[in-house]
Design a protein around this ligand. Sequence first.
Ligand SMILES: O=P(O)(O)O[C@H]1[C@H](O)[C@@H](O)[C@H](O)[C@@H](O)[C@@H]1O
Ligand SMILES: [Mg+2]
Length: 255
Amino acid sequence: MADVWQSSMDHAVAVARKAGEMVRGALKDDRTVMTKSSAVDLVTQTDQKVEQLIIQSVKEKFPTHRFIGEESVAAGESCNLTDDPTWIIDPIDGTTNFVHAFPFVAVSIGFSVNKQVEFGVVYSCLEDKMFTARRGRGAFCNGEPLQVSEQTDALVTHLTCVFRVRGAGTAAINMCLVASGCAEAYYEIGIHVWDVAAGSLIVSEAGGVLLDVDGGDVDLMSRRIVAANNRTIAERIVKEIESFTLQRDDAPLQS
Ligand SMILES: O=P(O)(O)O[C@H]1[C@H](O)[C@@H](O)[C@H](O)[C@@H](O)[C@@H]1O
Ligand SMILES: [Mg+2]
């Protein structure tokens, strides 16, 4: 990656930390659910405030950059990735955790150019862990290099009856667990681009493998992903799970 994106990445780390402070503060006194479109799809005022904080602060510094943010898309903005520099933001990944004070909540910021993720930042707010990756330059947690595990006996961070299962309740942290070598794999159908844009780069830069649930190349707009420490485990998951297709994140808006 050309060094030209370093200042954007530094800004992403700084604003993710600030956003994390806001999330930690709100955990004490502002976890009220505003809308609930399903049992798991919750929105709080804090989701919206944190997204605004991030977008405003990035706009001031990088006025030409574009945004795809979970709450902005929920409010009707389009979710199309162009070749322009684009910040892909999940202000609170793990909103259900946040509402229950279950202590795994992340701010996730991916940054893409020419439809390729150039850097990813996941701040696990309560653990105070800042996960970062730049394309071609490795993945880190609080500055320490990350490496996926060499285990062949898989611990998986999502539902399956074949593997041992753990789940943090946030896609971003689940992926950082794979990148950190604490779990061998994560898969999910139903996530959105803002859940996985940053985490996917963190996994691949830590030496992991990303696949679509049908075994092809991962497509961040397709709402499905397998992330694993190696190809053998990724392909085993592909074989074991029953895949299905959901409406893509970049599907044309219904009029
Ligand atoms: O908390 P969110 O940003 O809504 O993301 C959730 C996602 O909605 C849910 O489908 C997944 O199971 C979680 O892992 C996400 O992180
Ligand atoms: Mg999310």
